[in-house]
Write a protein that binds this ligand. Structure first.
Ligand SMILES: Nc1ncnc2c1ncn2[C@@H]1O[C@H](COP(=O)(O)OP(=O)(O)OP(=O)(O)O)[C@@H](O)[C@H]1O
Ligand SMILES: [Mg+2]
Length: 328
């Protein structure tokens, strides 16, 4: 039985259909990635699953409990790290977790052990008595993951857990997240803008304008883009092109002095190419499709195009300000 089951779920806000008839299932003990650009409907879906928002139509269940009819059972089964941080900055790390443990009726005799375990798990035990306002963004996120685990949920929702973190903090947080299913038997439901993070997911669904436009394993999705590209530099491109075409019965093209061909099994082809061309080969490189390519193919846009353009807008505003300032 899937631990999360969503059937024909929709949510409207006035005229806007934020979530439009989506269906999917998540298997227990896996990491499920929900990908999509700004405003795609990710947080709205999470809010419905977490019983914070009612759907307009359709249904959803977690651990066999219906999100609409059995909200308190669902709440016991889930933990959540919200998109915006919700820690109390004027409490210490330890106090934040203790507050959460009280809210969830964790037995007093178990409380200290669980909090200590959680703090060790995310590498914050040494900082347990520091006020959260002294924490970096990455430390706050790790503390929120620890907090989400205190009541031993079966499903942990992570809404953009790494948004705004520097690459090092992102990597550190990921070390903990990927361990969760194995070490704590938790199913992870996460959203992210970072396609390379989505690579660790067992399954992915891509949502755009409230509609799921693709789903599958990262490998399955990448195969839909059309395979690996092999680039080859040789001492005699004309001759090499004919030889490779005869070898694999594919079309080989040339760009900037480099031959290239598309194939589904790039790594297996490379030794054959080198064997066939012998000393003519100068270099060979393999480019695998990324989830970014998948998103681009499905939607015609980059997942972060909007962010990039808003960044450009800011830069443009700064330039305009400077121009005006310089003139005066
Ligand atoms: N309470 C609300 N009232 C009206 N519109 C809403 C409300 N909540 C969300 N929306 C709209 O629904 C759409 C989906 O929003 P949602 O927050 O689910 O997107 P998201 O995929 O989480 O985006 P992001 O990546 O920016 O977090 C957006 O157009 C948003 O403006
Ligand atoms: Mg969101």
């Amino acid at each position: 039985m899937p631990i999360i089951k969503v059937e024909n779920l929709s949510r409207r806000f006035g005229d806007l259909t934020a979530v439009n008839n989506i269906s999917f299932e998540v298997a227990e003990g896996t990491i499920f990635g929900f990908l999509g650009p700004n405003g795609a409907g990710k947080t709205t879906t999470i809010n419905i699953l977490c019983t914070l928002l009612q759907p307009t139509s359709g249904k959803a269940s977690i651990a066999g409990y219906d999100c609409l009819r059995e909200p308190s059972e669902v709440r016991k089964a889930i933990g959540i790290v919200f998109q915006d941080t919700t820690l109390d900055k004027d409490l210490t790390a330890y106090e934040n977790l203790m507050f959460h443990a009280y809210l969830y009726d964790v037995k007093k005799s178990e409380m200290k052990g669980r909090i200590d375990d959680a703090l060790h798990f995310v590498g914050l035990h040494e900082r347990k008595d520091d006020l959260v306002r002294k924490f970096s963004g990455g430390m706050k996120r790790r503390l929120e993951v620890a907090r989400g685990m205190i009541h031993r949920p079966r499903v942990l929702f992570l809404d953009e857990p790494t948004l705004g973190l520097d690459p090092q903090s992102r990597a550190k947080l990921w070390e903990f997240i990927v361990e969760l299913p194995r070490k704590h038997n938790v199913t992870i439901f996460m959203t992210t803008h970072y396609m390379e993070e989505a690579e660790v997911c067992n399954k992915i669904a891509i949502i755009d304008n409230g509609v799921i436009i693709a789903d599958g394993t990262p490998e399955e999705l990448k195969k839909t883009v059309g395979g690996d590209v092999i680039y080859i530099r040789t001492t005699d491109n004309q001759k090499a092109k004919l030889e490779i075409e005869a070898l694999f019965n594919v079309e080989v093209s040339e760009k900037s002095g480099e031959l290239f061909l598309t194939t589904l099994k790039g790594d297996a082809c490379i030794p054959e190419i080198i064997k066939a061309l012998g000393e003519k080969v100068l270099s060979v490189r393999l480019q695998r499709p990324t989830l970014n390519d998948v998103f681009l193919k499905m939607t015609g846009r980059q997942i972060r195009e909007q962010e990039a353009s808003s960044e450009d807008t800011v830069k443009e505003a700064v330039r305009a300000y400077r121009r005006k300032h310089d003139r005066s």
